[in-house]
Write a protein that binds this ligand. Structure first.
Ligand SMILES: Nc1ncnc2c1ncn2[C@@H]1O[C@H](COP(=O)(O)OP(=O)(O)OP(=O)(O)O)[C@@H](O)[C@H]1O
Ligand SMILES: [Mg+2]
Length: 457
């Protein structure tokens, strides 16, 4: 059922069309002149307007123009007894869908009306489709079917609707920046700026003037007033990456911004207010940093309003095949118009799934890029996978238990293995020794003792 407005100054014509359309199941409103028609168009949204051209006062072309302006999606059909090429052209130019000449046959007008309504229906579907695509925005390049990632996605959608501070944690390469961008893209501020600051990349004073801006003469080299990134992000979001790398002095200043949503430029005397969504990230366990006295506790609690944790890839191995598929497409070479998409065979996939990926998704992505380049044929097989990846098999397969003819030096071999495990554990935990010890089933004391033994040698 569609909503239709019939405009004609001739009553018999209005009644005829209204009865016919109601019989077809539509909801029909009639107007006997142009100005009544405009009132109706302003009051409700019609799927279709059928209007006579020649009317005293506002004519059909006026109704057409106004309708298109007020409700561009509404389809308009013109009806006239005085068909001339000019009015037809003018009606089409102003967006009329079709043109009917009186007298007409019932079948003819039914046909045109049905066609126009179908078009309107398709347009509606298109709009819905577009909305759906928009609502997926930020997720189409974000792979994660696993339970933990689905939870992360749900959380992203929720926080995107708020202005609460978000703290994203997770090992390096787990997708923290992707999360931050997805939050922004799905928020009402999506058309505002998204500003990224890598807090680990700049020395303290430089970071401070980058973030807050400065006034002319604040320090040597400050030759003019400069806006900081917080101001640049106004109306959008600021992504404070590697927040754990900030110094205590800067942490105090950040705390003030978070509390008061106000800051001063370096060398400035007046507070500047901004409206920004603050999203922070750390690949170190911030809470552990707090207990070690390296990160301010009050700032941590200010930041940790909505924590989003990204689990390491080794804890969501079921995502690996889809990620590989995604990266194979990403790195597929364009050959003319078609893509040279490489495949991966089951054996190679199995090995990639077993690997613990200490560098997480980034490491996997780099590996796939490399495999796409070095694999000569169209299928990536076990032989193409580097040894370093192949060798991280389950424990029993890890060490070859074969003793060569000439025998071996067990002491040295075990020592080497131990060193390698210590190194790997530290790598995986981002250097956090208590975590590394846990990973190896050792007490912290024992772990430290072994570490010192090898450090000394
Ligand atoms: N779930 C995912 N789907 C698709 N690509 C991903 C996913 N997670 C991460 N990536 C890709 O892996 C790379 C690393 O992601 P990102 O930069 O977001 O990680 P990060 O957690 O910020 O790492 P770091 O702590 O080292 O800065 C990027 O190229 C990103 O596009
Ligand atoms: Mg990052």
């Amino acid at each position: 059922m569609s909503k239709i407005l019939v405009v004609d100054d001739e009553q018999s014509m209005r009644d005829f069309l209204a009865i016919m359309l109601k019989k077809e199941g539509h909801d029909v409103v009639t107007a006997e002149n142009g100005s009544d028609a405009l009132k109706a168009v302003q009051a409700e949204i019609f799927d279709l307007v059928i209007s006579d051209v020649k009317m005293s006062g506002l004519d059909g072309i006026d109704v057409l123009k106004a309708t298109k302006e007020i409700s561009p999606e509404t389809v308009v059909i013109m009806v006239t007894a005085f068909a001339t090429a000019e009015t037809a052209v003018e009606a089409m130019k102003h967006g009329a869908y079709d043109y009917i000449i009186k007298p007409f046959k019932i079948d003819e007008i039914k046909f045109i009306i049905n066609n126009s309504l179908e078009k309107r229906h398709l347009r509606k579907e298109n709009i819905l489709l577009k909305r759906e695509i928009e609502s997926r925005a930020g997720f189409e390049n974000f792979i994660g079917k696993s339970g933990p990632m689905q939870k992360v996605f749900a959380l992203i959608r929720q926080v995107a609707e708020t202005n609460s501070i978000v703290l994203i944690s997770g090992e390096s390469g787990t997708g923290k920046e992707l999360v931050a961008r997805a939050i922004h893209i799905n928020s009402a501020r999506k058309n505002g700026p998204f500003v990224t600051v890598n807090c680990g990349a700049l020395p303290e004073t430089l970071l401070e003037s980058e973030l807050f801006g400065y006034m002319k003469g604040a320090f040597t080299g400050a030759t003019s007033n400069k806006q900081g990134l917080f101001e640049a992000a106004n109306g959008g979001a600021i992504f404070l990456d590697e927040i754990s790398a900030t110094t205590p002095a800067l942490q105090v200043k950040l705390l003030r911004v978070l509390q008061e949503r106000e800051f001063m430029r370096v060398g400035g005397t007046t507070g500047i207010k901004v409206d920004v969504h603050i999203i922070a990230a750390s690949n170190k366990d911030l809470f552990a940093e707090v207990s070690k006295g390296l990160f301010r506790e009050d700032l941590f609690y200010r930041l940790n309003v909505i924590p989003i944790h990204l689990p390491p890839l080794r804890e969501r191995k079921e995502d690996i095949p889809a990620l590989i598929d995604f990266f194979l497409r990403k790195f597929a070479k364009k050959e003319g118009t078609s893509l040279l998409l490489k495949k991966i065979d089951a054996e190679a996939l199995e090995v990639l799934m077993q690997h613990p990926w200490p560098g997480n998704v980034r490491e996997l992505e780099n590996m796939i890029e490399r495999l796409v380049i070095i694999t000569p044929g169209d299928t990536i097989r076990l032989e193409h996978v580097p040894d370093a990846v192949k060798n991280t098999r389950p424990c029993s397969e890890l060490v070859s238990l074969d003793i060569p003819e000439e025998g071996l030096n067990l002491e040295a071999l075990l020592e080497d293995a131990e060193k390698a495990f210590l190194r790997k554990a530290l790598e995986k935990t981002g250097g956090v020794k208590t975590e590394a010890a846990k990973l190896l089933g050792l007490t912290f004391r024992s772990f430290r003792h072994r570490l010192q033994k090898y450090d000394a040698s």
